[in-house]
Design a protein around this ligand. Structure first.
Ligand SMILES: NC(=O)C1=CN([C@@H]2O[C@H](COP(=O)(O)OP(=O)(O)OC[C@H]3O[C@@H](n4cnc5c(N)ncnc54)[C@H](O)[C@@H]3O)[C@@H](O)[C@H]2O)C=CC1
Ligand SMILES: O=C(O)[C@@H]1CCC=N1
Length: 275
């Protein structure tokens, strides 16, 4: 398969994470172009990763392009108005990482015939450890699905969803998830510092515990619950700590994912009012 030209619209945090992962995966810098209004971020990407830096305006796309929309959800109508003709004349595959915005909204902006994939990656993609959920519309060919699979599998694990409504859940869980884990790390570190441990040691212990546990869980066929029981001696320290977590953690996880998924739906509704 000829290498596709990968065109990013947007040069922010998510574009950077994906580009970093793609470059490590061996995609050549000149095969990636980045469009954004300010040269600050795209210039930095060009310097660091050898990608092509372009102004925000649309340009003629080569055949076989994959265009990844990585600007903010609310900017989509204005941005796509400009890109619509180039996308259509190159029959480009359009991939949106925008939270909340549905494929129906995208095809309303680009035309029914445009092949659209929704992708919800996360920032660990920058080190090839991402988790990306994908949803393809009916107009996406099997070859195009393979191309998208190849791109995102290069920056982590890929999960195809067949019910688009669940993209909001995937966003709440994995798109936003790194921030929850990082908050958890901060909270563990702060609690240990409160008990007198120095900050450097507290951070390193918290980090290695989360990292080691995630790696152990990934390498093990036992469920998280079974592995947890292996740590928990009856009447021991873990049981004492877990009793406190159990009071709040599950309802909190439900509320946090519900709030994040609901925000995705609201981002979608806000777009309808401005489209
Ligand atoms: N940050 C994250 O962890 C994740 C973000 N996303 C999605 O990725 C998208 C981008 O999010 P971030 O990178 O966090 O935001 P960001 O604010 O870091 O980046 C947005 C980028 O869009 C660019 N932009 C603004 N107007 C533009 C235009 N007219 N044409 C082209 N580019 C333009 C900005 O210059 C900036 O580079 C959002 O739709 C978000 O929902 C999805 C998954 C995870
Ligand atoms: O916070 C956001 O809206 C984006 C989508 C998932 C992660 N960041």
């Amino acid at each position: 398969m000829t290498e596709p030209q990968i065109v990013f619209i947007g040069a922010g945090n998510m574009a950077r994470a994906l580009i970093s992962g793609m470059r490590q995966q061996g995609i050549a810098g000149p095969n990636i172009q980045v469009h954004a209004p300010s040269n600050l971020h795209r210039g930095a990407l060009a310097e660091e990763f050898g990608v092509r830096s372009c102004p925000a305006q649309a340009e003629k796309l080569p055949e076989n392009s994959v265009v990844i929309y990585a600007a903010k959800p609310k900017q989509m109508p204005a941005v796509l108005k400009e890109w619509r003709d180039s996308l259509r004349s190159a029959s480009a595959l359009f991939v949106s990482v925008a939270a909340g915005i549905s494929s129906a909204q995208i095809t309303t902006l680009l035309g029914e015939e445009t092949p659209v994939v929704r992708a919800m990656p996360n920032t660990p993609a920058q080190i090839g450890a991402g988790a990306t959920s994908l949803f393809a519309t009916a107009t996406v060919s099997a070859n195009q699905c393979d191309t998208v699979q190849q791109i995102f599998a290069g920056v982590g694990k890929v999960f195809w969803l067949h019910d688009e409504a669940l993209m909001d859940t995937a966003t709440a869980l994995a798109g936003s998830g790194p921030a929850y884990v990082l908050l958890f790390l901060e909270a563990l570190e702060d609690a240990a510092v409160l008990q007198g441990l120095d900050r450097v040691t507290a951070r390193a212990l918290a980090l290695q515990t989360v990292l080691g546990t995630a790696q152990m869980a990934a390498a093990n066929s036992a469920s998280p619950s079974e592995l947890r029981h292996q740590v928990t001696s009856p009447g021991g320290t873990t049981a004492a700590g877990l009793a406190v977590w159990e009071e709040q953690l599950r309802p909190l996880a439900q509320r946090a994912l519900a709030a994040a998924a609901e925000r995705g739906r609201i981002l979608s509704q806000l777009l309808k009012t401005t489209a």
